[in-house]
Design a protein around this ligand. Structure first.
Ligand code: SF4
Length: 310
């Protein structure tokens, strides 16, 4: 087995989960969380057992309750809605998502049309769109040709933080054919964690008969890891929430298995997968490390208002 590194939790996910844990400790249950705090079934289940209540929208949150915004970010309209209701809020948006929101606001203030490359059904995209709805034009990274834009205003591009680097750059090149003066984001929007995990899985994929990525089906960065592995030469690849989802027939004729996990995945789920594979004869594990990660983010300052020292 080739074990890709880095894998698993990123700084934004660690911060978001710790935010809910701290809120539960300081405030006591229940603490409401709008949307899944991070896109992982196990994490959400664990926090639910400890007293978090996950809701889709603020109208499910009772008056006077404490509500946490998820790592994927929210549009200004959601924050305004919470303020109008007088809800106490803690914003666990990843700082690297907030950075993209600020870039959208700056482009819009400068009079730009913004091409946002991302997936329409993703919460992060909904939040970023809400920063400048009159200026932002969403396009899927797989279908840049579907962009409808007249080019009367200057044009810049931004992206969702968890996309495939190669697919996104391909889309940008296509868009630039139509808009040669297309302005780039001030810095990479695809975050360090997505890039590092993609580079690591791409490095091991060519030698793999099978790649298994641990992650939930709604996790964008986890899904991209399977796509990147297949694109880099893995013979087969699957996304699994945990070991029990691996199908025995996937192992037929397989000699080398690549393993990684998305940025929202606790490492014990990977350990569980390695144990499951070891029981089936895959006992040799080699870790392939492409980068060391040391980034951490401080907790949201609003937690201080709940009490105690951060
Ligand atoms: Fe932040 Fe990237 Fe992690 Fe998303 S995947 S929470 S953008 S560091």
């Amino acid at each position: 087995m080739l074990l890709a590194a880095p894998r698993g939790y990123c700084a934004g996910v660690e911060r978001a989960i710790r935010t809910v844990e701290e809120a539960l400790r300081r405030h006591g249950p229940p603490v409401y969380v709008r949307k899944q705090i991070v896109h992982n079934t196990f994490v959400v289940g664990d926090l639910t057992r400890r007293g978090a209540i996950f809701v889709e929208e603020l109208d499910e949150v009772p008056d006077g309750a404490l509500v946490i915004f998820s790592a994927h970010g929210v549009s200004p309209a959601v924050k305004d809605g919470a303020a109008v209701r007088g809800l106490r809020t803690v914003d666990a948006t990843c700082p690297l998502v907030t950075k993209v929101h600020k870039e959208a606001v700056r482009f819009a203030e400068a009079g730009y049309d913004i091409v946002l490359i991302g997936h329409a059904d993703h919460e992060e995209v909904e939040g970023t769109l809400g920063e400048a709805p009159e200026h932002i034009h969403l396009v899927d990274p797989a279908h840049p040709e579907e962009l409808r834009l007249d080019g009367e205003r200057p044009v810049g591009w931004l992206s969702q933080t968890t996309l495939s680097v190669d697919e996104t750059l391909g889309a940008v090149a296509r868009i630039r054919e139509r808009f040669p003066l297309l302005a780039d984001p001030p810095s990479d929007d695809i975050c360090y964690a997505s890039q590092n995990r993609q580079e690591a899985i791409a490095a091991i994929a060519p030698g793999c008969d099978l790649v298994l990525v641990v992650g939930s089906p709604n996790s964008s960065n986890s899904r991209r890891l399977v796509e990147v592995a297949l694109g880099a030469g893995a013979a087969a690849g699957h996304l699994v929430d945990h070991a029990a989802q691996v199908q025995e027939q996937w192992l037929a004729g397989v000699e080398t298995i690549g393993v990684s996990s998305g940025a929202s995945v606790p490492d014990h789920l990977v350990t569980g997968l390695l144990g499951w594979l070891a029981e089936r004869g895959f006992t040799q594990v080699e870790t392939v490390t492409l980068a060391e990660e040391t980034l951490t983010f401080s907790l949201p300052h609003e937690l201080r208002q709940i009490g105690g020292v951060l």
